[in-house]
Design a protein. Sequence first.
Length: 103
Amino acid sequence: MADPMKIRAQMKGDVTEVRVLMGHAMETGQRKDAAGKAIPAHFIQSMTVDVGGKRMVDAQIGTSISRNPVFGFKMKGAKAGDKVVVSWVDNKGDKRTDEATVA
């Protein structure tokens, strides 16, 4: 299982800023180890973000994203106390879901 995500959701006036740090290797399958063997691809394929029970992000992700990616976005309509639920699935079928509260 992957490390827990670090999620920050803060109100700034009527705009909510959400930032997510995902702990993931994000291997492309193109690098080689010390013995010269290809390191198998292992990367996040899809990510969703729900805020207050409403789907705000439904993303398809590929190998061009760096290790331990950080995603962020701003939105209107959220309220302090709304739950932010972030989920991802990688190409090996591993899954992770974490949540935070809008402050």
